[in-house]
Design a protein around this ligand. Structure first.
Ligand code: 8X3
Length: 253
């Protein structure tokens, strides 16, 4: 296995780094000694974050192949870690009422976004000699829930990218891993899902004693990444104590 010399900073790319799990992961990886390339659409946020953690900000919308090509250019020839975090849900309607346009957007963002960035950065991960691809999936990628089909379909797609890539890279020095969080309370996930309806978004977490925080997930991601390179955490499912399933949450009050 190729090892890096101790004075050479390892580099990690985090997509969707402007908020939530992505931002928290960028901070955790910087704490762990990585030079973090913070990629997202909102340049003001990633520039502030990059300044704070001595990283680099690269504007990147993962649904835009030109942006992804520019990200790969900014990364250069060698890369150690890719965290495919950019993603999200649009809508939560039953199948008989769900909007196919929401499904297209979710597939483009979650599945094709992960594919585009992975394809573009895989050469640098291979060249680094000790790479890791970590896909931020969801419990929605491993089960079904009512109203969730568009999102669960997309996250199942992410899970299959993870599984397939691990098979295809077998024998190469690149780990392929997935974290599958359940209920995580972030500023934006549910608000985006419900098109800015704060009441609907707040109801998701109502009475839940302690949903996961973005930092709880980032902590687990950093743990997965900082295992010795021969240890591949295939899949880590992370839920708050109060959640047994998407539809089974112990609420107070
Ligand atoms: C978010 C978890 O249960 O809302 O990825 O689908 S869930």
């Amino acid at each position: 296995m190729t090892e890096h010399s101790s004075d050479e900073a390892r580099t990690a790319v985090v997509t969707g780094a402007s908020s939530g799990i992505g931002e928290a992961t960028a901070r955790r990886l910087a704490d762990a000694g990585y030079r973090v390339v913070c990629a997202a659409r909102r340049t003001d946020r990633i520039e502030a974050l990059a300044t704070e953690i001595s990283g680099v900000a690269v504007r990147c919308d993962v649904t835009d192949p030109d942006d992804v090509a520019r990200l790969a250019e900014a990364v250069g020839e060698r890369l150690d870690v890719l965290v495919n975090n950019a993603g999200g849900a649009f809508g939560q309607e039953p199948i008989d009422r769900t909007d196919p346009d929401d499904w297209s957007r979710m597939y483009d963002l979650n599945v094709l976004g992960t594919l585009r960035v992975t394809q573009a950065l895989l050469p640098a991960l291979r060249a680094g000699g000790a790479g890791t691809v970590l896909n931020v999936g969801s419990i929605a990628g491993h089960l079904a829930y009512e109203g969730g089909a568009g999102y669960t379909a997309a996250k199942h797609g992410v899970a299959m990218i993870t599984e397939t890539l691990r098979l295809e890279l077998n024998g190469e020095p690149v780990r392929v891993t997935e974290i599958a969080p359940g209920m995580v309370q972030t500023d934006e996930f549910s608000l985006v899902r419900f098109g800015g309806d704060a009441q609907r978004a707040d109801a998701v977490y109502a009475g839940v004693p302690e949903p996961l925080s973005a930092d709880d997930v980032a902590d687990a991601i950093a743990w997965m990444i900082t295992r010795p390179q021969h240890v591949n955490v295939d899949l880590l499912v992370l839920k708050p104590l109060a959640q047994a399933a998407p539809w089974k949450v112990a609420r107070e009050g």
